[in-house]
Design a protein around this ligand. Structure first.
Ligand code: HEM
Length: 276
């Protein structure tokens, strides 16, 4: 375990056993890490140290409540669910590529890998087709903010837009992520702030990861023309390349937990409030 004083201080776990222990002990190592993470720049939702924001369903719950939320949202993450979305994703990819293919060149990140993922996540959330472009555009603007002030200002606009979609889905029957979360029956009611936090984390989880993964894959293919030719000529090579690239060039280098009570991990003593 290493320790850094950056960003308010955090530990870094690198051992398999320690990571496994932390990942499976939500009562001591909580997924609710206040003060870090994508949802904290969505200003209406940021709270303060004295009044931290409420936990986002799924992402920030631990133990049995976490499992209950997983049961509710699992149907969106099965291979069968991915298959159902494939026609939409292929259509979005083709439409996006068609915008620049005649130019013969493009910045593949800003013109392609940043464009498709937020549109797909917006569809999963249940945002109507006419609202997806604007949501995707604002999500992209938020990620592009260069200062905390800029991020907070863009975060406020983004929160307003997301809240509109949440209110829209509150009156809808279930069958998309937002209305399933709003109407979930797990013995606790979720309030609008929690749904907003859930939605902003879901856009971040689904967008930043796949944007970066696809960008890394495009770069690998551009730098290895031989691999690019083989992947173009064989579906099997392409499938293997995607699987291996996700492992070899991970889009997420680390994930966080907060310590809830004094404990030891990997021979290091940790206090309540410590983060890694
Ligand atoms: C290459 C793509 C992706 C990578 C590398 C990735 C990586 C991760 C990582 C490292 C975690 C944290 C696990 C933990 O803290 O225990 C996570 C959680 C999560 N991701 Fe992804 N992710 C990807 C794509 C997506 C997409 C496309 C979505 C949604 C559309 C998504 C939704 C989630 C959710 C909901 C969680 C929380 C799960 C839970 O708490 O049980 N991810 N992901």
């Amino acid at each position: 375990m290493a320790k850094s004083s950056a960003h308010g201080g955090f530990h870094l776990l690198t051992g398999y056993d320690e990571i496994r222990e932390a990942a499976s002990s939500g009562d001591v190592f909580s997924s609710y890490v206040h003060g870090l993470g994508a949802a904290d720049v969505v200003a209406e939702d940021a709270g303060s140290d004295d009044n931290p924001p409420p936990r986002a369903p799924l992402f920030e719950f631990d133990g049995q409540s976490h499992l209950a939320w997983r049961r509710i949202l699992r149907p969106y993450f099965t291979p069968a669910a991915a298959k159902r979305h494939e026609p939409l994703i292929r259509r979005l990819c083709r439409e996006t590529l068609a915008r620049f293919v005649k130019d013969g060149r493009a910045d593949l990140v800003t013109a392609y890998t940043q464009v498709v993922p937020p549109l797909v996540v917006a569809a999963l959330l249940g945002v109507s087709e006419s609202g997806r472009e604007l949501l995707a555009e604002q999500a992209k603007r938020l990620v592009g903010a260069e200062t905390r002030e800029e991020a907070e200002e863009r975060g406020r606009e983004y929160a307003k837009l997301l809240l509109g979609h949440i209110r829209d889905r509150a009156g809808a029957s279930r069958g998309d992520m937002l209305s399933d979360v709003i109407h979930a029956d797990i013995g606790e009611t979720v309030n609008e702030r929690q749904v907003l936090r859930f939605a902003s984390l879901m856009v971040a989880a689904g967008q930043l990861t796949t944007t970066d993964a696809a960008a890394m894959m495009a770069l690998l293919l551009a730098e290895n023309p031989d691999l690019r030719d083989r992947a173009r000529d064989s579906q099997k090579v392409l499938d293997d390349f995607i699987e291996e690239a996700v492992r070899h060039e991970p889009a997420v280098a680390a994930t966080g937990r907060a310590v809830t009570r004094p404990t030891a991990l990997g021979g290091v003593l940790l206090d309540a409030g410590d983060r890694f």
